[in-house]
Design a protein around this ligand. Structure first.
Ligand code: AMP
Ligand code: GLY
Length: 435
């Protein structure tokens, strides 16, 4: 197949890399890609948000499939625009991507579909929002409705913090249009994890479970990031929960969207809070009464979850994506290897705040047994590879056990260096704490 992957991060490198592992030989392109995707694909000099440019490229090149990585082009309608030209694309149409683009819309769909999630209300008026705080107790979660690059969620421990977050969004307009509506949401106790489901408009097949590490420092300290590491499987998702997640969360949402005239195809990523005797920590049960609640939906593969999940998939990945994109997905499309994967992000000093770019990366060459180095924020300059983002590399180790996978990831991380780099050294700690 001729396939274009849209995006430039570790997720897109992992998607292109996994497509390159298929037994069929694909012709792969990545727009814009990074220094790592060059090894498996031809980079095309078009930004992921350049819908006009990508559609023009696709009209000229006629790929069999376009796989859209990031949320911004999905929300902006890239899949709709490609479909209008008869080009098959993996990812939801804009109306479906609103599940990620508008938290209020996601709550409406979940309520209509009876999906367990935190109790929430939406406000446009700061006075009314503050008055409603009394109904929520503490902590309370204050969320901007729209896309805010991961910064629009404040878990407020005090009423004053909650009021300040409401003022930031509704009065000071700090999040622009994304914060013009604000959700107050019940705080959910428990352990977070991710389920990525392949969806074809009607059917859904769950990919292996995973857990990411959102805080910047060891011990889950410091500010939130895009994710500092991940591992798969996540033992908090015991096998008895999988039918519940598919039949009470994923499929009801897909059906509710269909009822609204939206055929959802692509990845439906459920960020879940699990609160049972297996979770670490656990606390009072949510008002929904369910042990598994939805924290958020994303309309795409997670990053860095993808870098831990995709190496565990067997079979033809291109066929699975094509079947989802064309409405003929079956359970047989997803083959999961019985092994573990752990991904460690190597980041630029200062991230998620300000950081420097353009540092030369050394140690990328040579054999790294059972480890794969995905590039997140890099660019090539001649033979040199330079840092070009906050999250720079995503190093995945594979093993028969999670311990082996983690050790292999860190062995590879130890060989790579650039000025002011840092990484977390406790990836998968929640899984080990339960052993
Ligand atoms: P979101 O963008 O909605 O995923 O929120 C970002 C992060 O905030 C989540 O990954 C959680 O760690 C936290 N969070 C969001 N909503 C809640 C909630 N209702 N209860 C507890 N933590 C939450
Ligand atoms: N790892 C979290 C996300 O992709 O949204």
């Amino acid at each position: 197949m001729k396939i274009l992957v849209v995006g430039s991060g570790g997720r897109e490198h992992a998607i292109a890399w996994r497509l390159a592992q298929d037994a069929e030989r694909h012709q792969l392109f990545c727009a814009p890609g990074n220094a790592g995707t060059r090894a498996v694909a031809t980079n095309v000099d078009l930004k992921a948000e350049d819908i006009t440019g990508i559609v023009a490229w696709a009209k000229a090149e006629r790929p069999d499939l376009v796989v859209v990585g990031p949320e911004a082009p999905l929300v902006a309608g890239l899949v709709d625009a490609l479909a209008a030209e008869g080009i098959v694309a993996f990812g939801p149409v804009a109306a479906g991507a609103r599940l990620e683009g508008s938290k209020r819309f996601a709550k409406e769909v979940m309520d209509a579909a009876g999906v367990p999630t935190g109790k929430a209300q939406t406000f446009t008026d700061a006075v009314a929002a503050k008055a409603a705080l009394a109904d929520y107790g503490l902590p309370v979660v204050v969320k901007a409705d729209g896309l805010a690059a991961g910064k629009g969620v404040i878990v407020a421990e005090t009423r004053a913090d909650a009021e300040a977050a409401i003022d930031d969004m509704l009065v000071a307009n700090k999040f622009g249009a994304a914060g013009a509506e604000v959700l107050l949401e019940e705080f959910l106790h428990g352990e977070e994890c991710s389920i990525l489901a392949l969806v074809d408009g009607e059917r859904a097949v769950l990919l292996p479970s995973s857990q990411d590490h959102k805080r910047v420092f060891d011990g889950d300290k410091g500010p939130n990031t895009g994710g500092m590491g991940a591992y798969s499987p996540a033992p908090v998702i015991t096998s008895d929960k999988l039918p519940l997640i598919r039949d009470r969360i994923i499929l009801p949402v897909v059906r509710e969207l269909k009822r609204r005239g939206i055929t959802y195809r692509g990845i439906l990523y459920a960020g879940l809070m699990v609160n049972d005797e297996n979770s670490n920590p656990h606390g009072p049960l949510a008002k929904s009464g369910s042990t598994v609640n939805v924290v958020e939906f994303n309309a795409r593969f997670g990053d860095p979850e993808t870098e831990a999940v995709l190496p565990r998939l067997g079979g033809s990945f291109a066929t699975a994506l094509l079947h989802a994109a064309t409405g003929c997905l079956s359970d047989a499309d997803v083959v999961v290897r019985d092994e573990s994967a752990a991904t460690v992000i190597i980041a630029s000093g200062g991230y998620p705040g300000g950081y420097e770019k353009g540092k030369e990366i050394s140690g990328l060459g040579g054999e790294m047994p059972n480890a794969i180095v995905f590039h997140c924020g890099t660019r090539a300059e001649g033979d040199r590879v330079l840092t070009a983002g906050g999250r720079v590399l995503s190093v995945t180790g594979i093993g028969a056990t999670l311990r082996e996978a983690v050790d292999r990831a860190y062995a590879a991380v130890g060989r790579i260096s650039f000025e002011k780099s840092f990484h977390r050294s406790d990836i998968a700690h929640r899984a080990f704490e339960r052993d």
